[in-house]
Design a binder for this molecule. Structure first.
Ligand code: AMP
Length: 217
């Protein structure tokens, strides 16, 4: 089964894709995670990618597609869930070609739809554990001890692209792109929209699980 989770930054793609990966035994693939890993490397590619991530801009398609292609081909015959990719229509066509190479296709595209005001609130308060990758929120999911991970006690950090001055730009740029991706999957009849505004994570998760289980039957 091949699932992708799309949505604007802060929509909860990572949170839900990780939970779904555990529940249904799907391999979790995140373009953001792959790119952040590259950005730590002291290479020319690492420096370039780092610059895009820090400014909240998309990395060039060529780089994102190459990285994702390598990972997806490695996972041949595995059921996967992808979040963060595709981010625009060009990447959508590329993903289609990559799956074509493996003679498989997408089964489901879950679109997490969240109002812009809520996205801004979520991103501004987002804090992450550098060791476990657990995502906290200063208001909606605070750690027991301020600024420290509940699981390992590490100091939580704020992603550079979650700073106030970058968030707006990040959301605006993504808006136009995602519209085209949504239209593409709608046309392919694999798109399912899940409203994620004013709902608890658990409730949204249940909605997504119902969709997947309907798809499996
Ligand atoms: P994310 O973890 O999905 O929020 O991604 C963090 C950053 O990685 C984004 O702001 C982009 O700079 C970059 N990125 C993630 N996915 C992609 C993608 N599919 N194409 C280009 N850049 C991406």
């Amino acid at each position: 089964m091949n699932i992708i989770v799309i949505g604007l930054p802060g929509a909860g793609k990572k949170t839900h894709a990780k939970k779904l990966s555990k529940k249904y035994g799907l391999v979790y693939l995140s373009s953001g995670k792959l790119l952040r890993k590259i950005a730590k490397h002291d290479t020319s590619l690492g420096t370039v990618v780092n610059r895009y991530i820090r400014s909240g801009q998309l990395a060039p398609d060529e780089i994102a597609v190459r990285l994702m292609r390598e990972e997806i081909l490695k996972l041949k015959d595995k059921d996967i869930i992808i979040e963060g990719f595709p981010r625009n229509i060009n990447q959508t066509h590329s993903l289609e070609r990559i799956w074509g190479e493996l003679e498989v296709d997408i089964d489901l595209c879950i679109y997490l739809k969240v109002k812009e005001q809520e996205l801004i609130k979520r991103l501004k308060g987002r804090r992450i554990c550098p060791r476990d990758g657990i995502i906290y929120h200063v208001e909606f999911r605070p750690p027991q001890k301020k600024g420290l991970c509940d699981k390992c006690g590490a100091s939580l950090y704020q992603r550079k692209d979650d700073k106030k001055e970058v968030i707006k730009e990040k959301i605006n740029k993504n808006k136009k792109n995602i519209k085209e991706v949504i239209a593409y999957y709608q046309n392919k009849e694999v798109l399912k929209t899940v409203i994620g505004t004013d709902e608890k994570i658990k409730k949204i998760q249940e909605k997504i699980e119902n969709l997947i289980e309907n798809e499996m039957n």
